[in-house]
Design a binder for this molecule. Structure first.
Ligand code: C5P
Length: 238
């Protein structure tokens, strides 16, 4: 597979064309941003950790019936993925109150929700990714009704699978964000990444934060937290 020109550079990744029109190469960076790009920094080694962790989880999800964009890990930081047209929705599932949920609804961080919640944001940096409901998504023609049904079913299934996986590593899955895309044949697959950048992960015993909130909230030991999640996942596989 030949790496061709840079197609897109985002906050945490670069995407390159390949000699195959149906695939792309994603290259993970160490750059970190928060609060819609207002806070910028670098987390040493993050690119390699997120790449390998996300691939491990995408493989696990595939094995359990969730279609994803993953094809093959090329090296520490780079992965070959299926080319998709990204649906401009951030799909967020929560098990425990934190972040914008706590703020919006006045619920203390750490309160276990009676059932997992499911929400969309409109993936639009200029607007600050506003919260959006199903009728907004349909009115804006972001996805078809049956696509939204598939996305909801897959996101809740991913929640069950990831909760189980991480429980085996002594990690509690608080909440996470997914993105989905359409293949050329129209089928929906999970895209983007699954990592401590996109999930809130707490140590199940101490409730210590092992995710990007350490960067957002200046808690220190950010690199160590990412490495710790990776270490536990590797140990889990051994
Ligand atoms: O900030 P909020 O509480 O809405 O975030 C919910 C979850 O979605 C968190 O795990 C956060 O890391 C993730 N998220 C993300 N990218 C965004 C917004 C949220 O990965 N742009």
């Amino acid at each position: 597979m030949e790496k061709r020109e840079l197609l897109y550079e985002g906050k945490a990744k670069r995407v390159y064309r390949t000699d195959d029109p149906e695939s792309l190469i994603v290259s993970y960076k160490d750059d970190a941003t928060a609060f819609n790009g207002l806070k910028k920094g670098r987390i040493a080694g993050k690119g390699a950790v997120n790449n390998q962790m996300s691939n491990r989880l995408m493989r696990y999800l595939e094995e359990n019936g969730v279609p994803t964009h993953f094809i093959a890990e090329l090296n520490e930081r780079e992965t070959l993925v299926k080319r998709v047209s990204v649906i401009p929705l951030e799909v967020i599932v929560r098990n425990i109150a934190a972040g914008s949920f706590s703020k919006r609804y006045g619920v203390e961080e750490g309160v276990v929700l009676d059932c997992p919640t499911f929400e969309f944001s409109y993936k639009n940096d200029a607007l600050g990714d506003p919260l959006l409901n199903t009728s907004h998504a349909l009115a804006l023609n972001l996805a078809a009704p049956e696509e939204l049904t598939v996305i909801r079913t897959l996101a809740l299934r991913v929640n069950e699978l990831l909760r189980t996986f991480w429980a085996g590593c002594g990690i509690t899955l608080v909440d996470f964000k997914l993105e989905f895309g359409r293949l050329r044949n129209g089928s929906i697959v999970l895209a983007d990444e699954i990592s401590p950048d996109t999930c809130r992960l707490w140590d199940s015993g101490t409730q210590e934060k092992l995710d990007k909130d350490r960067f957002r909230q200046d808690l220190g030991r950010v690199e160590e937290a990412y490495a710790e999640v990776m270490r536990r996942m590797t140990e889990h596989d051994a």
